[in-house]
Write a protein that binds this ligand. Structure first.
Ligand SMILES: NC(=O)C1=CN([C@@H]2O[C@H](COP(=O)(O)OP(=O)(O)OC[C@H]3O[C@@H](n4cnc5c(N)ncnc54)[C@H](O)[C@@H]3O)[C@@H](O)[C@H]2O)C=CC1
Ligand SMILES: O=C(O)C(=O)Cc1ccc(O)cc1
Length: 282
């Protein structure tokens, strides 16, 4: 089914997508584009890609059936403009964590052949050397077609994700940003901020980072995530994230007041409700 696929951004996600494609379609040739020369050489060395270039114009030479954009979301507009200038006619999709405005902007440049995508699968690691071939298996993948999306392009992207054993769900681009602003982006902001707080609570020669137990490590693993990727997500989905942070601050303030006033019963109620909701997550 797939013979030539081009991946723009050969990092953790682009590399994982390449490995998953290769496993499913062993005959598929994968060409990587990355502004960072060392990403291309590592990917070639690991045989994650079959060819590569630091120049997006080389996409044309490869004549792909599909282009997958896997760079930080802040780079999407310049990449869409470059692909539009090359007059690329194939289907184009992406793996970015923010959709909303971005999807409509990409469509302005690329037309109905663009289909927004977001696999809800990842880790705190970045770089092609950390790529995982089974990353998408059994994981949700949101696609965000609009009224402008070509039905054939949508079908190609949907079928591809299903063939990689992902669980595809279609969603409005702005609803996507509300949901993932709350369940993914805000918790990452909280994890980064928690580390900042612990740094500021360390004092008089006491380095609090020497003492964490498993809970702290579990909770803050995602604060090891790539700063550029997360800067771009925070800026691109700012409105939803700021609202979610405000709601979180209210929840924290409620708990804080219960602690300050020593209301043991109410604290138990608050914690029991949170535990019950958390225990329901599969
Ligand atoms: N890391 C994760 O767990 C997940 C990430 N995503 C999304 O996937 C995308 C990629 O993330 P990662 O692979 O984790 O990042 P990464 O940092 O591992 O890889 C990004 C790659 O893009 C390259 N790049 C940056 N600007 C470029 C440009 N203008 N042209 C060509 N290449 C460029 C970088 O050199 C790097 O190799 C992001 O949009 C992110 O929001 C989505 C789901 C999960
Ligand atoms: O590391 C984790 O647990 C993540 O939550 C990874 C992740 C990061 C960004 C996404 O858009 C989707 C998944």
């Amino acid at each position: 089914m797939f013979e030539r696929v081009c991946i723009v951004g050969v990092g953790f996600m682009g590399g994982s997508f390449a490995l998953a494609l290769k496993e499913r379609y062993p005959q598929c040739q994968i060409f990587g584009i990355d502004i960072n020369h060392s990403a291309i050489s590592k990917a070639l060395e690991l045989k994650t890609i079959d060819g590569g270039s630091t120049q997006i114009k080389d996409t044309l030479r490869f004549d792909p059936q599909l282009v997958v954009i896997a760079t930080p979301v802040g780079t999407f507009e310049e990449i869409a403009k470059a692909l539009a200038q090359l007059d690329i006619k194939c289907v184009i999709t992406d793996l970015g964590s923010v959709k909303g405005r971005i999807v409509y902007m990409m469509e302005e440049h690329l037309g109905g052949n663009f289909v927004g995508g977001h696999p809800i699968a990842g880790t705190e690691k970045s770089g092609v050397e950390n790529s995982l071939k089974d990353l998408f298996k059994g994981k949700r993948c949101v696609i965000t077609p609009t009224e402008k999306t070509s039905p054939q392009a949508k079908k190609m992207v949907k079928d591809l994700w299903q063939s990689l054993d992902a669980l595809v769900e279609e969603m409005d681009p702005y609803l996507h940003d509300y949901i993932f602003g709350a369940v993914s982006h805000m918790p990452h902001a909280v994890a980064f901020a928690l580390i900042d707080a612990i740094a500021r609570l360390s004092k008089d020669g006491v380095n609090l980072f020497e003492y964490p137990g498993g809970g702290f490590k579990d909770f803050t693993r995602i604060a090891s995530s790539d700063p550029i990727m997360w800067r771009d997500i925070f800026l691109e989905n700012a409105e939803n994230i700021v609202k979610a942070i405000e709601v979180f601050q209210e929840s924290l303030d409620t708990l804080k007041s219960l602690i300050v006033s020593g209301k043991a019963y109410e604290i138990t109620q608050y914690l029991s409700k949170a535990k019950e909701l958390r225990d329901r997550i599969v």
